[in-house]
Structure formats: structure tokens, C-alpha cells
Write a protein that binds this ligand. Structure first.
Ligand code: PEP
Ligand code: MG
Length: 564
């Protein structure tokens, strides 16, 4: 059977089919007020659970995974969900369990019937939340830990982040689900746990039974149920090869990212919270090229204080030997803060976002800058502004930074007076004025995730136009080259912190056009380092030249994929 390889790896074990244990009857109820009170109580308990779960996942798996529960908290707080359930209660005089489940089903059907994969996957989150509230209504133990005697492959219609957070990770060798895509939360969590997962296997529940033998090949997206001896032997061989490759990559950990002829690239990690530093260091980097500070602001009821921020920034700065580049608050777009009451916009990615908010809410911005400056005493801290689109914005941000510095000097608080200031290049307008921005900035980091969406006019989350969101588009590649050249002419260094930096196929090109630093998720470091160590600078330059002579993304992708 074929599915989507969502988290790489291969596993062979017995199947364990996960079933839901939430049963109740639909009954008529007279005391509606009592049912409403039960709903309120279940919502409050669910909220407490989610806050605790978010904290646990943040500590154990990192901030990206914990963000999922932030999304759940937002759904839980959604007045539409609550009022629709209450309306149903009143209109039909039924028990709250039935009213809730039918409301949730309505939302799920609405999302699932769209063509939009992002919305389809959000249906999974709504189901997860619905089940949680239902469990609390029914008084079913809400976080049962699945304790397993032996190693299994978990099979389910869909695995929710809650399911994954409560399983015994040692014993689960793989996941197979009927629903889901590569960007689903199941996939994100499986990747961070390093558990092979194949999702979107439509027929899986019909053909599998508890105890069936099963092979998950999450390298090629294949599932084999009740394999023959021959198939088992074949996959054991494939698994051994896969493990060998992983071990080989692990050996690169302490080697530098240097080309064969000694040209050194700086490799750094992207992190969301101080808890991510350990995985970054384990991958063999010395510095943090992108600290997405907004995670500190998410999943809570109010803004973080200066002291809280200072502690977090200091912890990261002290924890790494290299630089820590802290990006100032990048909220808006698809990242919300419920307590800030951001306006609902037609085009949030083109709207009130990132530095635009900071320049208006100078109270929030100044608090953050104070915390960053204070932390700069404890390590090699640098500041980076997100989504700059003009020189004026950069000047305005720097002006506020200067004011904050003056305040600290007046108060006798120490900080690094030479602290470097950088600009994220993620808006085409900024990319075209590097010479001007260089007057006011020490370095640049190309944020390709946004740069591609703005250059190609393609929403980065919209599956319908995903084919147009093209890292290999000649326009994107030309602009990268131009940014590096102009920045170097003006004595600024340039890094890249978008997903493109972690794509091993692009590594020769990125080295060849002269980027100074590549910052990526910890999981990609070894792969990229391996490529860099196998080429010479001259070869990389030739690859870059060749790539820039090609006219179509497909040809470029093919050329780079076949380069090895
Ligand atoms: C980017 O846009 O490339 C980037 C690194 O920022 P984010 O993904 O957080 O928007
Ligand atoms: Mg961005």
C-alpha cells in the first residue's frame, strides 16, 4: 500500500490498532443549565490539561511541537465552537455529549470537504480537541499512557498530537495513519521524535488487524501488511543500509563544514526556545542562526515580562559557544497572539506583521530590546529584525534601539555596546536595496520561506498553489546571488535561515554564490555538512553558474538532484 512518507525511517513489527473508548447515549435532557455548567467545567479542565501538556511537550520535544497545543488552546477558546454547542443544546434539549460531538462533526465535515489540505489537516486538530472535551465530560481518564509490553507499529484512523504525547515512545517503532499529509501535526511530531511514519494510507484499517505483522517503509512511503519471508529479508537489508547512513552522518558531528579545498561555511541552527539548544548542539553546530523569539510570547495569557525574556535569552547565549541571533517578535501572518487582539485581515501575510507591529507597539518592542541587550553581556548575542521592507523601517527600529541603549547606560546596566544588528531579507523590496540597508545593518539573513511567497505571489500554506511556491525558481536563485554580491560589496556578511538552507541538494549552489552562513533545523545539519565536505569551492561556483544558466525550476531541481 502506498502513502505519504511523513517521517523517514523503516520499521518492522506487530501492528497495534488504536481505538477510541468514548461511548455514550444520546438522550433528551430537561435541565439545560446543568448541561451548560458541565460543558463549562469540561472546557476548563481541558484547558488546564492542554497548558500542562504544552509545557511537557515543550520541555521534551521542543517548541515547534508544543505550538500544536497552542493551536488547540485557540480552538478551545473559539466562541463559535462553544456557542454552536450551546445553541444545539437549547434547540434540541439533548445531553451535552451529543451536542458537542455533533457540533464538532459539523466543523470537521466543513473543513474536510474543502480542497485545502491545510484546512483538512486542521480537522484533525478539531477532532482531537472534541475528544478531549468529551473525555472530560464522560470522566474518562484523559491522558492514559499506552504502556506496551513489546515493540509495535501504531495504526490509527488519525493520530492526534495528544495521542502521540501519551504513548510509550520507546516501544513504538512506527506510525501508519489513514488520514494526514506531510505538513500535518502528526508528521511534524513524528519527525521530531525520529519515529518513521507513513500517513494517508487510505485502505489501512480495512486490511490490518491487531497483531498483523507490518512493515513501514517511510523512506519511500510504502506499507506492507503480513509480509512474506522474502519481503522481510529485503526490508531488513534496506533498514540496515538506512541505519548505516544515519551512523555515517553522525560521525560528521565534530567535523567542520569545510569544502575539500578549505573554504569554511558557518552552519548554525534555528531554534524556538532555550529547550531546543541541546538538540542544536548535539547536531554539531556552535551557534544559533535564528532564534524565533515569538514562541516566548505564545501559549500564554499575557506578554512575557522583560525579566522572563532576559532569562530565556541569557540561557541560550550562555549555552552556546558561537553567536546567538535573536530575531525580534515576528507575530502576525499565521502566528497569532490571542491576548494582543490583532485585527482579522484579508491578507494577513501582507498585513500587520512582524516589525510593523513592533514599530507601532513600541512598548512591547522596547521591553524586548532591553531584554536582548541585557542578555548580550552573557554571550555573543546579535539582534535581527524580521520583515523589513524599507530603509525607513530599519532606521526607525535602530532609532528605538538607540533610545533603549541610552536608557540602559543611564541606569548603569551593562550590555555589549558593539552588538551587531541584522536584517532578515524576506521581502523582495528589501532584497533590492541591500546597498542602502547596509548603511544601517551589520549583517543579513535571507528568509526564503517568506521571500519565495512574496516573490512568486504564492501563499506558503496554500496547497492549491503549492506547485508555484518554487525554491528552484530562477528568480529566487538570481535574487539570492544578487543579495550576496551587493552585501559583500558593502562589507556585510550574509546568511540564510529559511528552509532552503537545509536542503542538501541546494548546498553546492548556496556555497557557490558565496553565502557565509546557513542556519537550519538541527535535523538537516549533518546532511548539508556532508555535501559541503565533498565539494571544492571551484566546483560549487561552477554549479552555481550552471544553475543560473537554466531557465526552468524543474530542470534546475533535476540538475541539482543528479549532481551526486
Ligand atoms: C523565513 O521566512 O524564511 C523565516 C526563516 O522566517 P519564518 O519561517 O519564521 O517566517
Ligand atoms: Mg519569515
Amino acid at each position: 500500500m502506498i502513502g505519504v512518507a511523513a517521517s523517514p525511517g523503516i520499521a518492522i513489527a506487530e501492528a497495534l490498532v488504536l481505538e477510541e473508548e468514548l461511548a455514550y447515549n444520546r438522550v433528551q435532557i430537561e435541565d439545560i443549565a446543568a448541561e451548560k455548567a458541565r460543558l463549562e467545567e469540561a472546557l476548563a479542565t481541558s484547558k488546564d490539561e492542554l497548558i500542562a501538556l504544552k509545557k511537557k511537550v515543550e520541555e521534551e520535544m521542543g517548541s515547534e511541537q508544543a505550538e500544536i497545543f497552542e493551536a488547540h488552546l485557540m480552538i478551545l477558546d473559539d466562541p463559535e465552537l462553544i456557542s454552536a454547542t450551546e445553541n444545539k443544546l437549547e434547540a434540541e434539549s439533548i445531553n451535552v455529549e451529543a451536542a458537542l460531538e455533533e457540533t464538532i462533526e459539523g466543523f470537521i465535515n466543513m473543513f474536510a470537504s474543502t480542497d485545502n489540505q491545510y484546512l483538512q489537516e486542521r480537522a484533525n486538530d478539531i477532532r482531537d480537541i472534541g475528544n478531549r472535551i468529551l473525555r472530560n465530560l464522560l470522566g474518562v481518564e484523559s491522558e492514559p499512557v499506552v504502556q506496551l509490553e513489546k515493540e509495535v507499529i501504531l495504526i490509527a484512523d488519525e493520530l492526534t498530537p495528544t495521542d502521540i504525547a501519551r504513548i510509550d515512545q520507546e516501544q513504538v517503532l512506527g506510525f501508519i495513519t489513514k488520514v494526514g499529509g506531510r505538513t500535518s501535526h502528526t508528521a511534524i511530531m513524528a519527525r521530531s521524535l525520529g519515529i518513521p511514519a507513513v500517513v494517508g494510507v487510505r485502505e489501512i484499517l480495512e486490511v490490518i488487524k491487531r497483531g498483523s505483522n507490518v512493515i513501514v517503509d517511510a523512506v519511500d512511503g510504502i506499507v506492507v501488511v503480513e509480509p512474506t519471508e522474502k519481503q522481510i529479508a529485503k526490508y531488513q537489508k534496506k533498514l540496515a543500509g538506512y541505519q548505516q547512513r544515519k551512523e555515517k552522518l553522525a560521525q560528521l558531528k565534530d567535523l567542520s563544514a569545510e569544502t575539500e579545498d578549505g573554504h569554511r561555511m558557518e552552519l548554525a541552527a534555528n531554534i524556538g526556545t532555550p529547550a531546543d539548544v541541546a538538540a542544536a548542539l548535539a547536531s554539531g553546530v556552535e551557534g544559533i542562526g535564528l532564534y524565533r523569539s515569538e514562541f516566548l510570547y505564545m501559549g500564554r495569557e499575557a506578554l512575557p515580562t522583560e525579566e522572563e525574556q532576559f532569562e530565556a535569552y541569557k540561557e541560550v547565549a550562555e549555552g552556546v559557544d558561537g553567536a546567538t541571533i535573536i530575531r525580534t517578535l515576528d507575530i502576525g501572518g499565521d502566528k497569532e497572539l490571542s491576548y494582543l487582539d490583532l485585527p482579522v485581515e484579508m491578507n494577513p501575510f501582507l498585513g500587520y506583521r512582524a516589525i510593523r507591529i513592533s514599530l507601532e507597539r513600541t512598548d512591547i518592542f522596547k521591553t524586548q530590546l532591553r531584554a536582548i541587550l541585557r542578555a548580550s553581556k552573557y554571550g555573543n548575542v546579535k539582534i535581527m529584525y524580521p520583515m523589513i521592507s524599507s530603509l525607513e523601517e530599519l532606521q526607525a527600529a535602530n532609532h528605538i534601539l538607540a533610545e533603549v541603549k541610552e536608557d540602559l547606560v543611564r541606569e548603569g546596566i551593562e550590555f555589549n555596546l558593539e552588538l551587531e544588528v541584522g536584517v532578515m531579507i524576506e521581502v523582495p523590496a528589501a532584497a533590492m536595496i541591500i546597498d542602502l540597508l547596509a548603511q544601517e545593518a551589520d549583517f543579513f539573513s535571507i528568509g526564503t520561506n517568506d521571500l519565495i511567497q512574496y516573490m512568486t505571489a504564492t501563499d506558503r500554506r496554500n496547497e492549491k498553489v503549492a506547485g508555484l511556491y518554487q525554491p528552484f525558481h530562477p528568480a529566487v536563485l538570481r535574487l539570492i546571488k544578487q543579495v550576496v554580491e551587493v552585501a559583500h560589496e558593502h562589507d556585510s556578511w550574509v546568511g540564510m535561515c529559511g528552509e532552503m538552507a537545509g536542503d542538501r541538494r541546494l548546498a553546492p549552489f548556496l556555497v557557490g554564490v558565496g553565502l557565509d552562513e546557513l542556519s537550519m533545523s538541527a535535523a538537516s545539519i549533518a546532511e548539508v555538512k556532508e555535501v559541503i565536505r565533498k565539494i571544492t569551492l571551484q566546483e560549487a561556483k561552477e554549479v552555481a553558474e550552471q544553475v543560473l544558466s537554466l531557465s526552468q525550476p524543474q530542470n534546475i531541481e533535476e540538475f541539482l538532484a543528479n549532481y551526486w
